[in-house]
Design a binder for this molecule. Structure first.
Ligand code: MN
Length: 387
């Protein structure tokens, strides 16, 4: 096999579900520009058939011990030289949704994003609501509409806010279709119902990481969100990157996050560095419109998982939770068009013309990672509401 591409050597080894030729979907690991059929390798560390399945859930359910053993076995295979018959160029396989998503939660963990949204929507009040620095704010999203990168995104129809206060809403295509640049975390099984996950044990239950585009319908969202939060403005589609980067591969990029002041309650305290230094980019119609880093996030994944289970709620293998929009402190480091256009006031230059929000035919690509560990990309093209 040729030398692996940067970002996909033994340091990474991300997992996906692919279709080789016209075969049935099965698990694969990406090495360089190749997808390796995991079932065909006959790994010793998992039961037979674990990888001959249309999702990674069975593998993820085996738990951290198996994740580590498989990774070690794969490194040995690669160092001994993989056989060409197990490898197919990634350009010649179809990448599918890698997990059957159980529950899906989206957080709101970026202080810059939450402050920007607060400034736009509540200009006369404190940008952050009183709870924000005490808990990672989140909501339960729609697991069944999580789709893999490349899936076309139909502009949603829905109720738009009245033009005048006290007026009637209108119905039609969403005029302010937006993106949200986020990181997603794929969970393994947690403890039994009623038992929280300690923030310092979160790593035991975090299988891997994907890029997430939380497509957002801002007009629908604005009209519907009070008092119960996001609903149809978010549930029409959430795209994820096809290759799940194992949390083990991200270990070298764990860093201290921003200082948390006031100090969070005990159950949200984490001893080890738990923020992720991951450079990220937003590309709209082939134009890089934002560059940021996941290390800006105020709340980290360990804290999100601890908070999500502190009431005794369970997590199951294949559950997904996302960070919320990742924005940095500068104008060029914002993770949504809502912020980049400052509520539609400013335009954003792209190769298809100036934009505030998305037009039909626009393509958004989110990319991330380091030279040794690529997060890959998640892309999507907007199709008209009429289809
Ligand atoms: Mn979001």
């Amino acid at each position: 096999m040729p030398v692996p591409e940067p970002g996909y050597g033994v340091e990474n080894l991300p997992y996906g579900i692919v279709r080789f030729g016209d075969g049935s979907p099965r698990a694969a690991v990406r090495v360089g520009d190749y997808a390796i059929d995991l079932d065909a390798l006959g790994l010793q560390s998992v039961p037979d058939g674990t990888f001959a399945q249309p999702s990674l859930n069975a593998f993820i359910a085996l738990g951290r011990g198996a994740w580590t053993e498989v990774r070690e076995e794969l490194v040995r295979f690669i160092e001994e030289g993989l056989h060409a018959e197990h490898a197919t160029a990634v350009g010649h396989v179809e990448s599918l949704l890698p997990i059957e998503v159980g529950d899906y939660v989206d957080f709101y963990a970026s202080i810059e994003h939450a402050s920007n949204v607060g400034r736009m929507f509540r200009p006369d009040a404190e940008p952050l609501l009183p709870n924000w620095k005490h808990l990672p704010v989140g909501y339960h999203g729609r697991a069944g509409t999580v789709v893999v990168s490349g899936t076309p995104i139909r502009r949603p129809m829905g109720q738009r806010p009245p033009a005048e206060p006290g007026g009637a809403p209108t119905f039609g295509p969403e005029p302010r279709l937006d993106i949200e640049l986020e990181l997603g975390f794929v969970c393994g099984d947690g403890p039994a119902l009623g038992t929280p996950i300690d923030a310092n044990d979160a790593r035991e239950h975090l299988f891997g990481c994907v890029l997430v585009n939380d497509w957002s319908a801002r007009a629908i969202q604005r009209w519907e969100y009070v008092p119960l939060g996001p609903f149809l403005g978010k549930s029409f589609a959430t795209s994820i990157s096809p290759w799940i980067v194992p949390f083990d591969a991200l270990e070298p990029y764990l860093v201290d996050g921003p200082e948390q002041d006031p100090a969070p309650l005990d159950y949200l305290r984490v001893d080890a560095p738990s923020a992720l230094d991951l450079p990220l980019e937003v590309i709209l119609n082939d134009t890089v419109v934002s560059r940021t880093n996941a290390s800006h996030l105020y709340w980290n994944a360990a804290q999100m998982l601890a908070h999500m289970t502190v009431n005794g709620a369970t997590v199951r293998a294949g559950d997904l939770f996302a960070s919320g929009t990742i924005s940095g402190p500068d104008r060029g480091s914002l993770g949504s068009l809502l912020e980049l256009s400052w509520g539609g006031r400013d335009t954003i230059e792209t190769t298809r013309g100036e934009r505030t929000f998305l037009e039909d035919g626009d393509t958004v690509v989110l990319r991330g990672g380091h030279g040794l560990v690529s997060m890959g990309e998640v892309s999507g093209t907007v199709v008209s509401a009429e289809g």
